[in-house]
Design a protein. Structure first.
Length: 198
């Protein structure tokens, strides 16, 4: 094998490696923004081939990230737009931390998301209308944050046309009052849209 071929091969492998770890890069971009007093993200090493061996991350058989499990982890800092690049993500479990800032509109790109659990944090701003794209979503628990504004109609429609079964938005700063225990579909859904603080 000529040295040119070898150089090409090494280059091609490098490209493949970089592409394969783009999800690692997205997660690492998040880590750099977080304060992590308990070092729960210590294993998040971006030089590894993919993030599948990192603690609190689960991948599918194709090494794509399907779960992020960081509930009760003592984290503070924001959610980042890069999370929207985790195309195969099904569970985003980041409840009971001290996350602040807004919910990135890019979360609406996570078309396979089943569970969005961000309750018990300090998130503010409004719920992005893009979350109405999350047709696979079963659970949306945003309760006990500092969210405000109106709940977008697109998100409410997920109850009727999507798979949303539990939506808890209570204990936030939403404007106006909402329908508690809405049962809009006639399906056996448990939907909790409780009154905001009056
Ligand atoms: C990931 O997301 C960010 C922000 O949405 C974007 O700028 C970036 O290009 C994305 N990276 C990849 C590898 O898709
Ligand atoms: C909904 O959120 C409130 C406030 O955080 C909580 O007290 C309640 O237990 C939650 N209900 C369900 C069914 O998760
Ligand atoms: C909650 O949001 C309001 C604005 O909507 C802001 O004034 C207040 O400081 C926030 N509180 C916390 C604890 O982040
Ligand atoms: C929703 O409404 C339907 C019919 O109106 C009823 O059969 C069903 O039990 C209700 N589900 C809940 C959880 O209340």
């Amino acid at each position: 094998m000529g040295s040119q071929t070898l150089v090409f091969l090494v280059f091609a492998l490098a490209v493949v490696a970089v592409e394969c770890n783009s999800e690692g890069d997205d997660l690492f971009a998040w880590k750099t923004k977080l304060v992590d007093p308990n070092n729960v993200l210590q294993s998040w090493d971006p030089t590894l081939y993919n993030p599948c061996t990192w603690f609190h991350i689960t991948c599918n058989s194709n090494n794509r990230v399907v779960r992020v499990d960081l509930g009760n982890a003592g984290l503070s800092g924001p959610l980042v737009p890069q999370l929207g690049n985790l195309t195969y993500l099904q569970y985003l479990q980041v409840y009971a931390n001290k996350l602040s800032g807004t919910i990135p509109r890019e979360i609406g790109k996570l078309r396979k998301l089943i569970s969005l659990d961000l309750y018990n944090n300090q998130l503010s701003g409004s719920i992005p209308a893009t979350l109405g794209n999350l047709k696979s979503l079963n659970y949306m628990r945003l309760n006990s944050n500092n969210l405000s504004g109106k709940i977008p109609a697109q998100v409410i429609l997920l109850i009727q046309w999507g798979n949303l079964r539990i939506m808890n938005v209570s204990d936030n700063q939403f404007a106006g009052s909402m329908h508690p225990h809405g049962n809009t579909t006639g399906r056996a859904v448990t939907t909790i849209i409780q009154d905001a603080k009056a």
